[in-house]
Design a protein around this ligand. Sequence first.
Ligand SMILES: [Zn+2]
Length: 321
Amino acid sequence: MTLRRIVTGAVRGTVTLLYSDAAPGVSIVGQARFPNHLFKTTVAALERRFPTVLASRSWDNVGILLEAPHERVEADRVLLTIDLTTAVYHEAASDPRIGAIVAYHPPIFRGLKQLTLADPKQAILLNCAARGISVYSPHTAWDNQAAIGNADWLAGNLGSLVAKTETIDPIQGAAQPCDDGHVHGTGRLVTLSQPEALSTLVANLKANLGLQYVRVAKAIKYHENGSDHEGIRTVAICAGSGASVLTKSKADLFLTGEMSHHEVLAAIEDQTSVILCEHTNTERGFLSQVIKPYLLDEFKKAGAAYDVRCSQVDRDPLEQA
Ligand SMILES: [Zn+2]
């Protein structure tokens, strides 16, 4: 009898071994389980659409950050989160179906010289490994993907028609990792199809991102003449902490999560207004609106009956008081 081929099974990483003998026909003679199949299927799907070669490798730390030596027996669900906090770990630990966590911000960023339970962040990783939960982090691979990166999703929340989109900080020349005709890189400079009032964009962002408040700084020319801020035509956008990217462009408005006092002052002196949504509020919706449907679709295409859940406890640590 000859081993003909191995077929990835539809349920929880089973693999079907197909054998045949000299006579026509194929018989199924065995099934086994791939180790960490849920995690590997998830990583493969994400790498297809958001390859980590797109990430800002000079300073970022992306990819498989923790590979558990075994996967939980019932693992068939991926948990998506922006930050892998203690609360998020407990959420994962309490659901035996979760065998993989995709954490947008890398839970390991700098080199580690030891792993101990005394350090809260290290304790999370040790407990994930002990429970059979693996961790993957995409970070700037999601930022830098042309057309469907974080900033593109954020631009869609302005609630205004976009006439043109440019990448602010493109990955340069030969370093462009994909020969797919797109200019990959961080940040987007969008030109709106018609000028909008600042108050309209603020209202749209709050409604579309589900936020109680955003912080706004108006360009000084609007303080001087007292007029409403009607003329926003160009918006520079970067999710998270975007000042270093946004200042490479010239726009009527900067949209990001957070900027320092001095960065905001410099912007409004340069006649650029600023909307700050708090860091992770510019990132979290990308999980539920882009990544979750993408992964579910990829799992379906692969015939894998896996589920995707967005964390219920992952939230921005800053709140209105
Ligand atoms: Zn961030």
